[in-house]
Write a protein that binds this ligand. Structure first.
Ligand SMILES: NC(=O)c1ccc[n+]([C@@H]2O[C@H](COP(=O)([O-])OP(=O)(O)OC[C@H]3O[C@@H](n4cnc5c(N)ncnc54)[C@H](OP(=O)(O)O)[C@@H]3O)[C@@H](O)[C@H]2O)c1
Length: 286
């Protein structure tokens, strides 16, 4: 089986590469890790020719526009990556009768709910990023044949830029750090998500068209997350809880975006690690 991973230099792509041992061959699978330099996914002709040339059997789309605040002013760029690209990939995958695994986000929800979001809850994104990611889901559903969309939240990894690395850097520079305590969600270690994705591949049936939710177990605020990072790393920096209204960003974020993971757990018999255990694993590598 030949597996194409797009956007492979990002957090999730790098974790998939790490888990497949950085080897091109793992058992029956041959991986093709591509990013914009090797396969620009905004060009549908390039996607078609790549999958024909390499006889690809499944696509994992990790390419995206993920700069949530910048998206407010770079709408066209966000639309291209988050809406048009999933449409291209879904179409090409359907033409070749192969599955597409596409990644989406908790930011498709408005955070008004007070208990975990299930896959069938009505989305209502608050930001350009959230809206483009939701449109991307619709494009996959519209053009796709066999596909799985996985919505995830608060993704971090030892690779790339993310909240964990930012807190580590700032906490070493400052004595105090204010972090929002009224946005509630659940972090996702990209290594755990990568592992689930690799495990799911052999279980995708022809004609599967499903959305799943995945994050680590637990429910916390960004304040709790930051506090755990400095505590585990023994950094002498006081984390102070602040409110969203006192930390203005260009993109509005949902105040509550916990994802219900029952469906993915039951469908694929997935064991999900607790957020703190996963955080410790990641911090050990940083
Ligand atoms: N990060 C989060 O907190 C979060 C939360 C929920 C869901 N998600 C979703 O999870 C998925 C993975 O996120 P991530 O954090 O791993 O993203 P990421 O680190 O931003 O990686 C995305 C990758 O796509 C690449 N890319 C950009 N334009 C491309 C093009 N035209 N052709 C090919 N590759 C291109 C990027 O390159 P450049 O870096 O050079 O642009 C980058 O390497 C995304 O769908 C994201 O929306 C993320």
């Amino acid at each position: 089986m030949n597996v194409l991973v797009t956007g492979a230099k990002g957090q999730l792509g790098k974790e998939i590469e790490k888990l497949s041992s950085g080897q091109l061959w793992t058992g029956e699978r041959k991986f093709f890790f591509t990013d914009i330099d090797e396969l620009d996914v905004t060009d549908i002709a390039s996607i078609r020719s790549y999958i024909t040339q390499k006889t690809i059997d499944i696509i994992i789309n990790c390419a995206a526009y993920t700069a949530v605040n910048k998206a407010e002013t770079e709408k066209e760029k966000a639309k291209l990556l988050n809406e048009a690209v999933p449409a291209y990939l879904a179409l090409v995958a359907r033409e070749s009768n192969m599955p597409l695994i596409h990644i989406s986000t908790d930011f498709v929800f408005d955070g008004e709910k007070k208990h975990p979001y299930v896959e069938t809850d009505k989305p209502n994104p608050l930001s350009v990023y959230g809206r483009t990611k939701l449109e991307g889901e619709y494009e996959v559903i519209k053009h796709g044949g066999t596909f799985i969309i996985i919505r995830t939240s608060w993704l971090y990894s030892e690779f790339g830029n993310n909240f964990v690395k930012t807190i580590l850097r700032l906490a070493k520079e400052k004595k105090e750090l204010g972090v929002v305590s009224d946005q509630i969600g659940a972090p996702t270690y990209a290594e755990d998500l990568a592992s689930v994705i690799l495990g799911i591949i052999p279980n995708i049936q022809n004609g599967t068209r499903e959305i799943f939710h995945y994050s680590n177990e637990g429910v916390i605020s960004w304040y709790d997350f930051a506090k755990a990072i400095v505590d585990i790393k023994n950094i002498n920096c006081k984390i102070i809880p602040i409110e969203t209204k006192d930390y203005l960003t260009s993109a509005v974020r949902p105040l509550y975006s916990v994802l219900d993971k029952t469906k993915i757990k039951e469908t694929f018999d997935v064991q999900i690690p607790e957020w703190r255990d996963s955080l410790k694993r990641c911090l050990n590598r940083l």
